[in-house]
Design a protein around this ligand. Structure first.
Ligand SMILES: [Zn+2]
Ligand SMILES: [Zn+2]
Length: 57
């Protein structure tokens, strides 16, 4: 029952957790943001589906 985790920026499924990060929205704390290694490296934007917060902060 592996949970499917997709990157919040590029929507790619995270298959290798190494280098990816997961954290709750820094604004509302309700939505889990996931960023893959690639999106972290290029500082791709992410957006919270709950409150519309956009990062990286
Ligand atoms: Zn990504
Ligand atoms: Zn939020």
């Amino acid at each position: 029952m592996a949970e499917k985790i997709t990157c919040s920026s590029c929507k790619k499924q995270i298959t290798n957790e190494h280098g990816s990060v997961k954290f709750m929205c820094p604004s509302c704390g309700k939505y889990r943001i996931v960023r893959c290694k690639h999106c972290r490296e290029i500082a791709a934007k992410y957006k919270c589906a709950e409150c519309g917060f956009e990062g990286p902060n």
